[in-house]
Design a protein. Structure first.
Length: 323
């Protein structure tokens, strides 16, 4: 028995007790959706006849709150509040505009994930391979002021309706994020300190002038992501950004796939063998990274001639190389 689904069914029956009267005509539908790396999550789709978009809230985290002893009434109110925030954010999205490529193209972004672990999902979407990874595309609408960003995965049907190619989507997505001010590369110690202070206190190295403080960049680790810390690993697919990183570390660097949200840049002068780094990545994936957020079990380096990342052979387990 799927206990999360049973919990979701209970939420769907009782949620109106926690919503304002104006949401009395909202209808709830239980669904199981395929997410990253083959993970299937149980969600509730909230359909409001007065809205063009139907948000889906996934129940796993709320069910976990209940298991940890949080009061049912408080969890139910959390779900109601989250839906209201999503619904208000989606009001700015016009359903008809979603079918207008000239309208949505400004918000298309690349998303990077593992190819083998996502074959079923990728079959439904335009994508391209990069080493053992794949890039697909998502429309990520701007923040509406409440920290809620609506998004839509671009599927084959969207591409056909818009009359565009995968190359069109790739070119647009890369262009959209290549010069974005929210791309970041901070020293690891700065990122750790920010967890305590709430803000980065170091220099965003992607904004550094070539040749600036080069000596200070030879040691330690660096975190490549975006300010939202969401799907930040996609920056590996952006030649302009990786070219900048290559300038910062002229002696070469390894790329450790921390998760789909961030990667770690490690200068090669660190002296750690690639085989050991691969073992470290696999151990962290097994023990610290949620399955849905895992990117890869190997280490990468940047091929400046091809302007693309490639696997470091020594970091890959033999059976993975044979797949």
């Amino acid at each position: 028995m799927n206990t999360v689904k049973v919990f979701a069914e209970g939420v769907a029956k009782q949620i109106h007790d926690y919503l304002p009267a104006e949401y009395g005509n909202v209808r709830c539908k239980i669904q199981e959706n395929l997410k990253n790396n083959g993970v299937r999550l149980v969600g509730i789709e909230f359909h409001n006849p007065d809205s063009t978009v139907s948000p889906v809230l996934y129940m796993e985290s709320y069910y976990e709150d209940i298991k940890q002893g949080k009061e049912v009434g408080i969890v139910m109110q959390d779900i109601a509040n989250s839906y209201i925030q999503h619904e208000r954010s989606s009001r700015a999205i016009d359903e008809h505009s979603l079918m207008d490529y000239e309208y949505v193209r400004q918000w298309i972004e690349p998303v990077l994930l593992n190819t083998v672990d996502n074959r079923e999902m990728l079959a439904q979407m335009p994508h391209r391979k990069m080493a053992d990874l794949s890039i697909f595309y998502s429309v990520v609408f701007p923040d509406q002021g409440d920290d809620m960003r609506a998004s839509m995965k671009i599927k084959n049907g969207h591409m056909a309706y818009w009359g565009v190619s995968e190359q069109d989507l790739y070119t647009q997505a890369i262009s959209n994020i290549e010069s974005r001010e929210t791309n970041t590369l901070f020293p690891m110690d700065s990122v750790l300190a920010a967890m305590l202070t709430g803000r980065e206190n170091g220099q965003n190295l992607l904004k550094a002038t070539p040749g600036e403080n080069m000596q200070s960049l030879m040691g330690g680790m660096y975190v490549l992501t975006n300010e939202q810390k969401t799907y930040g690993a996609s920056l590996l697919a952006v030649p302009g950004i990786m070219g900048k990183v290559d300038q910062l570390f002229p002696e070469g660097y390894y790329i450790l796939p921390s998760s789909i949200h961030e990667t770690i840049i490690l200068p090669k002068p660190c002296g750690v063998p690639a085989k050991e780094l691969g073992e470290m990545v696999r151990d962290i994936n097994r023990t610290r990274v949620n399955r849905e957020e895992r990117l890869s079990d190997c280490v990468y380096e940047y091929d400046k001639e091809k302007s693309a990342i490639r696997q470091v052979p020594e970091s890959v387990r033999r059976r993975e190389m044979e797949r």
